[in-house]
Design a protein around this ligand. Structure first.
Ligand code: ATP
Length: 367
């Protein structure tokens, strides 16, 4: 490591509290600085793993990245220590945990609170992108909530990489549901840059507003014969009723602009911050009145809008063109019991943690 990157004397400086959770490489605990009583989170890479992990570029990258950033919406690294039993990263504490759990708790969020969260996330992302830092793993698990006022921070730069304006990177990474289409292109065409973060944030925005993901293998059916990767590469997704009926058009417009397959056409962070949905100052949401149960039942199975950007992948599935995609207006959905199952434990699967599938999302043209 660069000299001085790790200090010693962690246990002289901090009292370690209960664990907050663990990931693939590390366990995170609360920690209190003895001198000030300030609470932190400490990410501990244990010795047997840290010997390997610290040798990898990943951890050094994460450390260098975290130490160089300072923004209210980016989780900051306060210090790094190395002890006999492992490597300790002292981080800002996010007492309210992951956005992931917040969405699970409330199932979906309303527009005003989603807007409040996304203004901050876009500001954090602008800070990173202005410094040529691409996060590369934006997902609700990596968005941490600081307080009950919904102050949020982008966290976990384990996969982040500094890239130049003209440079690009070709390593395949990220979490399947959130990866941008250009990352899924056959190697050689896998040129991508900061636009991948906008795509992932677009997926998170979609999930916040309805509680299920835009792209999912769970949506695979006879009438939607596209797997997760194909859906992403085609930019094929829907805003099914009644889930999207109460969401304003501006939100749908921003999602569509963030989920543009062509990274050159995809909205940039500055333009996203200027988008009317983000700029909207009204706290009272005109679309907030819930549909009556009768309305919901009447509308169940309709698709408010279907987005298909490229049909190139249809060649891979000849004769399986989706009728819903040919008529993006209201399309009647025939209930399909077999495909109506919900996903169970949302944290169980790696691919689609928000595996809740909207009931009966099996579009067919109205007879
Ligand atoms: P992965 O390998 O899956 O990316 P990881 O080894 O990087 O995981 P994390 O997932 O970052 O570890 O953290 C493990 C747990 O600790 C998660 O539940 C996360 O929400 C929690 N956590 C991480 N950082 C903080 C923090 N600063 N404040 C509060 N909780 C945190």
């Amino acid at each position: 490591y660069p000299p001085g990157m790790f200090a010693s004397g962690f246990r002289d400086t901090f009292d370690v509290g209960p664990p907050l959770g663990s990931g693939h490489f590390a366990t995170v605990y609360t920690a209190v600085e003895k001198k000030t009583g300030t609470q932190f989170a400490v990410k501990v890479f244990k010795k047997q793993r840290s010997a390997e992990a610290t040798r990898t570029q990943g951890l050094q990258q994460e450390i260098a990245m975290l130490m160089s950033v300072s923004h209210p919406n980016v989780l900051c690294l306060k210090g790094t220590y190395e002890e006999d039993d492992g490597v300790y990263l002292v981080l800002e504490l996010a007492p309210e945990g992951e956005l992931f759990n917040y969405i699970i708790k409330y199932q979906k969020l309303r527009e005003p609170e989603t807007r409040k969260i996304f203004k901050q996330l876009l500001n954090g992302l602008k800070y990173l992108h202005d410094r040529n830092i691409v996060h590369r793993d934006i997902k609700p698990e990596n968005i941490l909530i600081i307080d009950k006022d919904l102050h949020v921070k982008l966290a976990d730069f384990g996969l982040a990489k500094i890239i130049g304006e003209d440079s690009f990177t070709t390593s395949l990474c990220g979490t399947p549901s959130y990866v941008a289409p250009e990352i899924l292109e056959p190697s050689g065409q896998r040129r991508y840059s900061r636009a991948v973060d906008i795509w992932s944030l677009g997926v998170v925005l979609y999930i916040c507003l309805c509680g299920f993901p835009p792209f999912s293998d769970e949506l695979f059916s006879e009438k939607n014969p596209f797997n997760l990767s194909q859906q992403i590469r085609m930019g094929r997704f829907e805003f099914p009723s009644p889930y999207w009926d109460t969401v304003g058009d501006a939100a749908l417009d921003l999602i569509e602009k963030m989920l543009m397959v062509d990274p050159m056409k995809r909205i940039k962070v500055d333009a996203a911050l200027d988008h009317p949905w983000i700029k909207d100052k009204s706290w009272i949401d005109p679309h907030d009145s819930c549909n009556s149960l009768a309305d919901a039942i009447e509308n169940l199975g309709f698709v408010r809008r279907t987005v298909v950007q490229t049909r190139t992948l249809l060649a891979e599935a000849p004769g399986l063109a989706n009728p819903a995609s040919q008529n993006p207006s209201k399309v009647k959905v025939v209930p399909n019991q077999q495909n109506g199952a919900r996903g169970g434990n949302p944290k169980a699967g790696n691919v689609d943690k928000f595996s809740k599938k909207p009931d009966n999302l099996d579009p067919q043209t109205k007879a």
